[in-house]
Design a protein around this ligand. Structure first.
Ligand SMILES: C[C@@H](C(=O)O)C(=O)SCCNC(=O)CCNC(=O)[C@H](O)C(C)(C)COP(=O)(O)OP(=O)(O)OC[C@H]1O[C@@H](n2cnc3c(N)ncnc32)[C@H](O)[C@@H]1OP(=O)(O)O
Ligand SMILES: [Co+2]
Length: 132
């Protein structure tokens, strides 16, 4: 795993969170994007080589809506950049980690992504991402 690509934060109101994070970070989000497959609208702030990804659910069965309902707003996942996501999925499977999707799927910001079960990483939802 090469670097932390982004930290995902689940928020209820993306507009309001954009203002809060812009004030905190001293910069505007550089991109906002809806990923229909995940039921999320995202916005991104650059932090050096990494990013903060704010995520709001677009429908009640979105992972973000469910997370907020159960646990409230907060850090939702940590994403690692990998050069070869398919090789990394195979490596992790061999190590005994459960992948939530074994075939990479479309993510935001021009990436393909895969998720690992949070119970296999001490309660942290881990995302792998690779440039499309
Ligand atoms: C756009 C893209 C991108 O960056 O490009 C994204 O990030 S999309 C980001 C949104 N997409 C995703 O998250 C996709 C992957 N996520 C999923 O498949 C799901 O959300 C799961 C992680 C499997 C959880 O869904 P499920 O319906 O099973 O919910 P659940 O409430 O029964 O969860 C099972 C257990 O995992 C815990 N759990 C749930 N979500 C968690 C999270 N984010 N971090 C840590 N633990 C979490 C619950 O509290 C529960 O534990 P207890 O039983 O102990 O209470
Ligand atoms: Co993410």
């Amino acid at each position: 795993m090469k670097r932390i690509e982004h930290i995902g934060i689940a928020v209820k109101d993306l507009e309001a969170a954009n203002k809060t994070y812009a004030a905190m970070m001293g910069a505007e989000p550089y991109k906002s994007e809806t990923v229909d497959g995940e039921g999320v609208t995202t916005s991104f702030f650059k932090v050096g080589e990494s990013k903060i990804e704010l995520l709001a659910g677009t429908r009640p069965d979105s992972p973000i809506s469910k997370f907020i309902e159960k646990r409230g707003e907060g850090i939702h996942h940590m994403a690692f950049y990998v050069d070869d996501i398919r090789a990394e999925i195979e490596r992790l499977k061999k190590e005994g980690f459960r992948l939530l999707n074994e075939e990479p799927k479309p993510g935001a910001d021009n990436k393909i992504v895969a998720f690992m079960h949070p119970k296999d990483a001490n309660g942290v939802l881990v995302e792998l991402c690779q440039e499309k």
